[in-house]
Design a protein around this ligand. Structure first.
Ligand code: NAD
Length: 333
């Protein structure tokens, strides 16, 4: 069985999806749509696809089996719902949507139309993260007692499109965009959901009307607390997740390496050959389609990430601790 795949949005991340599809014989990209048609034309001619400016016309004409949505965040809901209503399975880029209300609307449409939708939480498929998760589960370092995650990188770079800096289009700045990766990583490593949080958000503007950074204290349903620090202001680049256990500690630099201490200094541990995380995502989605089940990264799980990010902004606004994900979430395996 092969699947015809259409892409909505011919921006930066569409290239990664096309590259991953070239490694999977079951996936046959057929078309791409972008309102900036010169973008879809360029990717279409380089990859032998049909090019459209209107994604609805593309879906109605091409009748793809799978639609990949790589649009600005405020367009995720409408595009995913339209694709689901036409009976297409969907790979939706993270974050699922602008807020939990939109996530609920997507979930309802997907369930009504009995299609599979998976949000592209790439963290689950990165080799260093997978190895870190194996160490946690092995118990070799004892019980995991806390996580401190720091991600600092200048966010306002000239190449970043303007919509990332408009709250109405992106849902927020670095907390929404990179923070959804951070929250996903913390939840997925601990098999849990963020349940309570307190956050402080920094709004000194660099561009647009979104925040430039923030920090938060998170409680998880696993009883493992975590701190999160995200800064998009200029400074040294940091991307570190430190995990502290009762008998050791672990330093995870996603995409770079994994270091473990069993009492002494950190030593780097070997990590299996790097797999392309975008290939891993497709394999998960294909499994869900063929076995007629929820993807491992479930709808409720993806909603829980948005709920936690939403909570960061609310906590800052209200100057209070916020409770989220009380209905829990079926966890991604
Ligand atoms: N998983 C990851 O690691 C990762 C990395 C980067 C981006 N992303 C996510 O991918 C999504 C897209 O990000 P990007 O960096 O590719 O953005 P981008 O701005 O480069 O691309 C978005 C494209 O959508 C097009 N577009 C806008 N409105 C449209 C419409 N109505 N119909 C058709 N096309 C339309 C734009 O013209 C643009 O080409 C976002 O959700 C982002 O958070 C994920």
């Amino acid at each position: 069985m092969t699947y015809r795949v259409a892409i909505i949005g011919a921006g930066k991340i569409a290239h990664a999806h096309l590259e991953a599809m070239s490694k999977l014989a079951k996936l046959q990209p057929c078309s791409i749509a972008d309102v900036q048609q010169e973008r879809s034309d360029a990717l279409a001619s380089a990859n032998g696809l049909s090019s459209y400016s209107d994604y609805k016309e593309m879906i109605l004409r091409e009748k793809p089996d799978i639609v990949i949505v790589t649009l600005p965040h405020h367009l995720h809901k409408k595009a995913a719902q339209f694709a689901a209503e036409q009976g297409c399975h969907i790979l939706l880029e993270k974050p699922m949507a602008l807020n939990t209300q939109e996530c609920d609307d997507i979930i309802s449409t997907v369930q009504t139309n009995d299609v599979r939708l998976m949000v592209g939480h790439t963290q689950h498929y990165i080799s260093h993260n997978l190895e870190a998760r194996r160490w946690i589960r092995s118990g070799r370092l004892g019980r995991l007692i806390m996580i401190n995650d720091r991600r600092h990188q200048q966010y306002d770079l000239p190449g970043r499109p303007d919509w990332f800096f408009e709250k109405s289009k992106a849902g927020g700045g670095i907390l929404m965009n990179l923070g959804s990766h951070t929250i996903d990583k913390i939840q997925w490593l601990t098999d849990s959901c963020v349940t309570r949080l307190t956050a402080s958000v920094e709004y000194e503007q660099t561009r647009g009307d979104v925040e430039g950074g923030g920090c938060a204290f998170l409680h998880t349903s696993a009883g493992i607390p975590a701190t999160l620090s995200l800064s998009g202001y200029p400074g040294a680049i940091v991307d570190e997740t430190e995990l502290l256990f009762t008998r050791g500690s672990m330093m995870l630099r996603t995409g770079i390496g994994l270091w473990v201490s069993e009492g002494a200094d950190y030593r780097e541990v070997p990590v299996e050959e790097q797999v392309n995380p975008f290939v891993g995502q497709f394999e998960d989605l294909l499994g869900a389609i063929e076995e007629k089940r929820e993807p491992h990264c479930s709808l409720e799980y993806s909603r829980s990430v948005v709920a936690a990010v939403e909570g960061l902004y609310l906590s800052h606004q209200q100057g209070a601790e916020i409770t989220v994900n009380q209905r829990g979430c079926t966890h991604a395996s």
